[in-house]
Design a protein around this ligand. Sequence first.
Ligand SMILES: Nc1nc2c(c(=O)[nH]1)N[C@H]1C(S)=C(S)[C@@H](COP(=O)(O)OP(=O)(O)OC[C@H]3O[C@@H](n4cnc5c(N)ncnc54)[C@H](O)[C@@H]3O)O[C@H]1N2
Ligand code: MOO
Length: 414
Amino acid sequence: MPNETTPDAFDGPAAGDAAWPAAREVAHRAGARLLETAGASAHENIELDAAISRVLGRDVHAASEIPHFAASAMDGWAVAGAGPWRVLAGDARTTTALAPGQGVVIVTGSPLPEGATAVLRRERGRLAPGVGDAGELLHATEPLADFADVRPAGREARAGERLFAAGTKLTAGHVAAAAVAGLDSLPALRAPRVALVLTGDEVVTAGVPGHGLVRDAFGPVLPDAVRGLGGFVAGSVRIGDDHDATVEALGAADADVVITTGGTGHSGADHIRPALTELGARLLVDEIAMRPGHPALLARRPDGALVIALPGNPLAAMAALVTLGAPLLAGATGRPMPALQRAASTERFGPLPGRHRLVPARLDADEAGVRASAAAHRGPAMLRGLADSTSFMVVPPAGLEPGAGVDCVRLPWS
Ligand SMILES: Nc1nc2c(c(=O)[nH]1)N[C@H]1C(S)=C(S)[C@@H](COP(=O)(O)OP(=O)(O)OC[C@H]3O[C@@H](n4cnc5c(N)ncnc54)[C@H](O)[C@@H]3O)O[C@H]1N2
Ligand code: MOO
């Protein structure tokens, strides 16, 4: 998707300590521009088993009526006209038509024989000897309405009806519905290719870390989080705190979007900013007025690829991912800015002038509405709070009184 781009005023100047809402807007526009640049090559057909979390590039229509034949919704008898009914031998699979006064055994999902006017459930039918040579007759134990327990053809969709709109992010529900509609593939937008660059001399990937070392919190979860946001992790590298290695990794990553972790600070051990400068990348967001996640960056490489630099502190990185990554990947897959959910804060937050706070929280609904309960263990380097959460509350700079409404952003995996 990346392409040679000329700097222009599209994104505005680097936001320089951007306000939280402005950082989201810049990220969403930058993502949308990736999609514009890709044009027709952004579209592809995907098999159903690879479709979950992908975004539709075009509307999807029903190829035929759904269901495409009238069927029984219950086990019992297909019957024609008013009862009692004479029950034919065999079952609905071998009986193609019924005359009034006839019935035949049918199971759920079987096509209704021609002439059938209703299905009588097994538990609502009684077989009794008929008078004279009438043989055994089927009686309904309660009144039977016309078309009772029949699934008519086309009840769920007419042929040609739009099932899902372009821009829909596909869930298991969409994919199952597409399969029932007889579709083998879906017209998707190509998932933006994301390359991960995980930095840090002190980061280890197995076991209990030794003194001064930390276990990598990102490698095991970012691929799934990126997929949840509509992207696809195509590659991942780990580098130490080294300038040349950072320049090489950021420059060489073959992707639409590069996501880095750590090294966003201004110390001698932090190499993301100098590497972006050396690569000639343009900063679109240069830090965000938020806590945690303040040092996060968004930049565009000269070839058009976008770079999201997440801070090393794990909770801060996740806060930055929902702030920059979610809008960016929404824009890059033709979707609007991810919606914020409104909830009532159960807790008081004092003011923090000029800064939004992202607080991991659980959202619960009851008859009074949706409540956001901030998690315990929510320091920037902690993760237990995140584990207990479904969202981040976005506490405005003025703070919040208990019960006051607050916007919340969903976690990528919730
Ligand atoms: N003098 C200042 N120091 C710091 C500031 C500041 O404004 N002035 N900002 C703080 C904030 S806020 C954050 S957030 C961090 C940003 O740090 P970096 O992005 O430079 O990340 P590192 O320094 O590489 O690491 C920070 C922290 O995160 C741990 N880490 C790194 N990678 C991983 C990983 N894969 N899994 C788990 N943990 C990881 C790392 O060990 C450090 O503990 O800077 C503050 N300092
Ligand atoms: O972004 Mo940092 O985690 O606020 O400490």
